[in-house]
Design a protein around this ligand. Structure first.
Ligand code: 3HC
Length: 304
């Protein structure tokens, strides 16, 4: 039996692929890209929320936001560590991010303009990430799957704290409700596009499904997120900004309007509202943190 046949046999039987196992180059490269871009998303995603730490409306809100942002840093570490098992260093991945060779989730290139955006990000962005990441727990690559299990344990707190902010504001003053609706209007469409292009237009999904990297498609996951989130919006009296949204009894899910893929690809390609700011901030923070990394490495060398 060839190495490839043995590999495909494992995928077929849901046996996890481990770092020391033989794997096709294409599988390794696909995972290096997807896992590092996933890690980049966690770290860059700290910026839009970090923007509101000093302006949180109460000590309780500040503590919750701080805890959430710290969680995201930890998720990034899990994912970089898992991505390093594929034979590429964290420094290489970070260089690809800072030189814009690598991507991160387009959603983080939108600005967070009001406190309600903290609610919308937790509720919608983390809500979408949960749907995607729960599915990714079944991914065929062992370290990625185990990282997902750890991350999913914390993500539901992220979604709940965001939904709590949105419901407090939706049931607050007229101005607060208006702020919450505005945040939903700005974050709804970019959030549902976090699941990637339609299956038929996805360049990577074919391989991802063949190799068990993905077990459910972009459109399946997007639909699941929409069906769940529309009901949550109704409970707090907010309106999903999609005039074509309609329950389809036959399908047992919502029909929804067309997404703006031109805007999506513009943002993915680096022309979103905050792409430059996010990368420049990352470069500055990474440079300012050099002494911390050097101290940690010196300590590790001295004590190992
Ligand atoms: N944002 C940025 N890039 C995207 C994208 C998006 N929303 N959707 C697709 N792309 C990129 C892909 O990464 C790919 O780039 P590459 O060729 O450099 O690899 C290119 O566009 C073509 O993509 P595909 O059409 O093949 O898209 P996929 O079918 O691969 O789906 C994906 C994209 C859904 C992001 C998939 O890669 C995936 O599931 N990744 C793992 C999950 C992930 O990265 N989630 C990001 C959010 S994590 C997060 O939000 C943190 C949370 O704590 C808040």
């Amino acid at each position: 039996m060839s190495d490839l046949d043995k590999f495909l046999e494992k995928i077929k039987n849901n046996v996890k692929i481990e770092p020391k196992d033989w794997m096709p180059d294409g599988y390794r490269k696909h995972l290096q890209r997807q896992m590092s871009q996933h890690a980049h998303s966690e770290i860059i995603g700290m910026q839009p929320e970090g923007n509101w730490i000093t302006r949180a409306p109460s000590l309780r809100a500040k503590v919750i936001l701080l805890a959430k942002i710290q969680d995201e840093a930890g998720h990034g570490q899990y994912l970089y560590s898992a991505a390093e098992t594929l034979g590429k260093s964290r420094d290489e991945y970070i260089h690809e991010l800072q030189t814009r060779k690598a991507k991160y989730s387009s959603i983080f290139n939108y600005p967070t303009l009001t406190w309600a955006d903290m609610g919308a990000v937790g509720w919608l962005v983390d809500g979408a990430a949960i749907v995607n990441q729960v599915s990714l727990q079944k991914t065929s690559y062992g370290p990625y799957s185990r990282a997902m299990v750890r991350i999913c344990k914390e993500e539901s707190f992220h979604q709940r704290q965001g939904y709590e902010i949105m419901s407090q504001m939706a049931f607050g003053t007229a101005e607060q409700k208006e702020m919450a609706q505005d945040a939903l209007n700005r974050f709804w469409w970019p959030s549902i596009m976090m699941f990637g292009p339609h299956d038929a237009d996805s360049a990577r999904s074919g391989d991802a499904m063949k190799w068990g990297i993905k077990v459910e498609s972009n459109d399946e996951l997007r639909q699941r997120f929409i069906d769940k989130t529309v009901q949550q919006a109704e409970i707090i009296g907010l309106t999903i900004p999609d005039p074509d949204l309609k329950w389809n009894e036959e399908k047992g899910s919502y029909d929804f309007g067309k997404m703006d893929w031109d805007e999506f690809w513009q943002v993915v390609k680096g022309n979103g509202p905050c792409n430059d700011q996010r990368i420049n901030h990352h470069i500055k923070a990474h440079e300012e943190g050099t002494w911390v990394r050097e101290a940690a490495i010196a300590y590790a060398k001295k004590n190992n």
